[in-house]
Design a protein around this ligand. Structure first.
Ligand SMILES: Cc1cc2nc3c(=O)[nH]c(=O)nc-3n(C[C@H](O)[C@H](O)[C@H](O)COP(=O)(O)O)c2cc1C
Length: 173
């Protein structure tokens, strides 16, 4: 049976009913998880799919100002989350760190909006892989922001890229 997407007109908006339900289930399954199974590395396929999801986002004027880094150094992750005041999240498998280049996209709201799209894509892909996530907001002036700014050198980021969002990814406890 076919039905039309509530938003849609035309061919691209046609969805089979089963697909609609599956996607709704995925949306409903995504919850912020703050306790993770310790010492559980990401599998190669998980890593690839997460990075693929991060790349499949729209971008204003197709400027593509964002860079995403998948940090899997457990000690480093633990230290960052302890410092942020959320130590239980520190057992996650990876932290996806998203930075934006203000020289490529000088209009700050577009950096934030694109980072939001990336975050949602990654969280939903993670759920589809049986993983869980927690969005970690980056407030200007907060310790977390300072830490992510300081990490730029270690990540090989040149220039003045701004940390925009981080997503903890792992298997829920
Ligand atoms: C912009 C933004 C920033 C957030 N920052 C944090 C954070 O720093 N730490 C945290 O544990 N959760 C953070 N969250 C997750 C929210 O607390 C969570 O989405 C909300 O409580 C609803 O729960 P749910 O995600 O399970 O639906 C953030 C969410 C958003 C959208």
């Amino acid at each position: 049976m076919e039905k039309r997407n509530a938003l849609g007109k035309g061919e691209g908006a046609l969805l089979r009913e089963e697909e609609t339900v599956e996607f709704q289930e995925l949306l409903e399954k995504r919850r912020s998880v703050r306790s993770y199974k310790k010492g559980r590395p990401l599998a190669k396929e998980e890593r690839e799919k997460i990075l693929l999801a991060a790349s499949l986002i729209p971008s204003a004027m197709n400027k593509r100002p964002l860079r995403a880094y998948l940090l899997e150094d457990r000690g480093l992750i633990k230290g960052i989350l302890e410092e942020k005041g959320q130590p239980s999240i520190g057992d996650c498998s990876a932290l996806l760190l998203v930075y934006g280049d203000p020289e490529v996209q000088p209009y700050r709201p577009f950096l934030d909006q694109e980072a939001g799209a990336l975050a949602e894509n990654v969280m939903l892909m993670a759920v589809s892989l049986g993983l869980s996530t927690c969005w970690l907001g980056v407030h200007e002036g907060a310790i977390f922001e300072k830490r992510l700014l300081a990490l730029r050198e270690k990540l090989g980021i040149e220039g003045k890229d701004i940390p925009l969002v981080a997503i903890a990814i792992g298997e829920a406890l």
